[in-house]
Unconditional design. Structure first.
Length: 279
């Protein structure tokens, strides 16, 4: 394993502490954190995830856990999920699609802005695309043994076999299944994460490497967990992070350092969603 650049490690530790302080107190003197949107240190503390745990719990025999959370994350906007929940429970996807189209015609916000959902180049509107994805995934999942979740890694690998579901979104489904589903007892719950471009940039920045340096999946995960152990030691149990949370922190750390070094500003300004839904 490679040792991190310790100056950059100090910046990472400071960023994590300040972001956690902002979550707890609602206040920070850091102008970057005040102006731009950054995810929490722990995914479980993000506002939509908190809403899902309270209002979108997986406790229904009628729908598989992985599919239930896939629907949630491809929408990622609680008011919309509240509207279509009865139809999702009944797997009545045509009615769910019609309901989404009605919300669109009424000028309502349909999708959350945290995740980018595209139609993968297909010429159709996003609502039609995602409801087809839900249907195809439900049919395809029956042949992938997705109702049996031995590890986070294997579940993620099986989800990737569903056409149209990329690595990032599959990882979000796994994350929800870890927090509120069958993967709560997975043996790799603390050590698994799926590599992504943002977290690779963050890992490269932590090690003072060229930001475009590529990592193989296995090397990325090994290095990620090595650095995670160092971070957890530095924080001295103040903020324990698992691999998926640490990966997310690296992605946000890269955004933070770009702003700090004036290499470019984060794309999204901070805006509270409290006026749109309660938790």
């Amino acid at each position: 394993m490679y040792e991190p650049n310790w100056d950059n490690m100090t910046h990472l530790i400071m960023f994590m502490r300040k972001r956690e302080q902002l979550r707890k107190t609602g206040e920070t003197k850091d102008w970057i954190l005040n102006q731009y949107r950054f995810c929490n240190v722990h995914r479980e503390d993000d506002r939509v995830t908190r809403w899902l745990r309270k209002h979108w719990r997986w406790e229904y025999d009628s729908v598989p856990a992985w599919w239930w959370f896939m629907v949630a994350r491809t929408i990622n906007w609680p008011p919309t999920l509240e509207s279509i929940k009865p139809y999702i429970l009944e797997r009545d996807l045509s009615v769910a699609r019609d309901n989404l189209q009605w919300l669109k015609l009424d000028g309502r916000k349909i999708f959350g802005s945290a995740y980018i959902i595209s139609t993968n180049g297909r010429k159709m509107d996003k609502i039609t695309y995602i409801t087809r994805l839900w249907s195809e995934a439900l049919n395809r999942g029956q042949n992938l043994e997705l109702d049996y979740q031995p590890t986070c890694l294997e579940t993620h690998s099986r989800l990737l076999k569903i056409d149209g579901l990329g690595s990032f979104m599959a990882a979000q489904v796994v994350g929800d299944m870890k927090n509120d589903g069958p993967l709560r007892i997975a043996p790799d719950i603390d050590t698994w994460a799926a590599p992504g471009p943002g977290s690779m940039r963050g890992l490269n920045r932590l090690h003072a490497l060229n930001l475009k340096t590529k990592w193989g999946a296995r090397n990325f995960l090994d290095q990620l967990n090595y650095d995670r152990d160092l971070v957890n030691e530095q924080l001295d149990c103040e903020i324990f992070v698992d691999a998926q949370d640490f990966q997310n922190c690296l992605c946000e750390f890269d955004k933070y350092m770009r702003a700090l070094k004036e290499e470019g500003r984060p794309k999204t300004n901070y805006k509270s969603h409290a006026e749109f839904y309660t938790i």
